[in-house]
Design a protein around this ligand. Structure first.
Ligand SMILES: [Zn+2]
Ligand SMILES: [Zn+2]
Length: 125
């Protein structure tokens, strides 16, 4: 699974895929969930039948199939960032707590309300 994740990440970074909305390098960091920027990019590159233009473009206000939320920043909310990391608890190779990087995202599937809210700001798996 690790291998797969990093391989797909590598492909997105280095194969020069043009992803119209620049989601390409962002992935839901929860293992086993395929929601990533590549899928969002594909979605944005297909035509919305309802509005007759590309999904997510200015003429189309359709919602994307999923959303990717960035981690709270180290500067603004280190406690929350740590809490998210703990909740996601990916084991890193050397046994230390895994921490997100700037491209790490969590998709809406992991939030009780479908997004971080005041009541449930942290992802649950
Ligand atoms: Zn639309
Ligand atoms: Zn996810």
């Amino acid at each position: 699974m690790h291998q797969e994740f990093w391989t797909s990440c590598w492909i997105v970074r280095h194969c020069g895929l043009t992803l119209s909305m620049g989601f390409g390098h962002r992935n839901c960091v929860v293992l086993g969930y395929p929601n990533n920027g590549q899928r969002l990019g594909k979605w944005a590159a297909t035509t919305c039948e309802l509005h007759g233009c590309n999904n997510g473009s200015s003429m189309c206000d359709c919602q994307p199939p999923f959303k990717l939320f960035p981690f709270p920043t180290e500067k603004k909310n280190p406690e929350r960032r740590l809490q998210w990391a703990k909740n996601i608890s990916r084991n890193s190779l050397n046994g230390t707590l895994w921490m997100p990087n700037k491209d790490s995202r969590v998709c809406n599937l992991h939030f009780v309300d479908g997004e971080p809210t005041a009541e449930t700001p942290d992802p649950t798996l």
